[in-house]
Design a protein around this ligand. Structure first.
Ligand code: 5GP
Ligand code: ZN
Length: 112
């Protein structure tokens, strides 16, 4: 499958890894929007958040990784943001489900 994040998950395209376990991979965003900007993906390919079956544990795996990464990056006290962009209006540009983890600066709200 011609999917950028599948290629990053398989190691075909290199990335700066932040965290990895059997089910998920986290790496630094190539175009960071904050001092910490990490992309967290399931290794399995799901196009977006609408495609995850309810009986699948991938969301548990993702949340566990968020907690580990937040501590690893020293963001657990000051906080951070987790974002999922879904399809056109959400601003999704890579069609492999991912969370953005952004931190180390005070982020504005609402988003543009
Ligand atoms: P989306 O726009 O789909 O929510 O997020 C895709 C993210 O992937 C963007 O923030 C973009 O900067 C990042 N990205 C795109 N191509 C690459 C790449 O080859 N390597 C890395 N590390 N990040 C990428
Ligand atoms: Zn993929």
């Amino acid at each position: 499958m011609d999917c950028l994040f599948c290629k990053i998950a398989s190691g075909e395209i290199p990335s700066t890894k932040v965290y990895e376990d059997a089910k998920v991979l986290a790496f630094r965003d190539i175009s960071p929007q904050a001092p910490v900007h990490i992309v967290l993906i399931p290794k399995a390919h799901y196009e977006n958040i609408l495609e995850i079956p309810f009986d699948n544990s991938v969301i548990n795996d993702m949340i566990k990784a968020v907690q580990i990464i937040a501590k690893q990056e020293g963001m657990e006290d000051e906080g951070f943001r987790v974002v999922n962009n879904c399809k056109e209006f959400g601003g999704q540009t890579v069609d492999h489900l991912h969370f953005h983890i952004l931190g180390k600066r005070k982020l504005t709200w609402p988003p543009g």
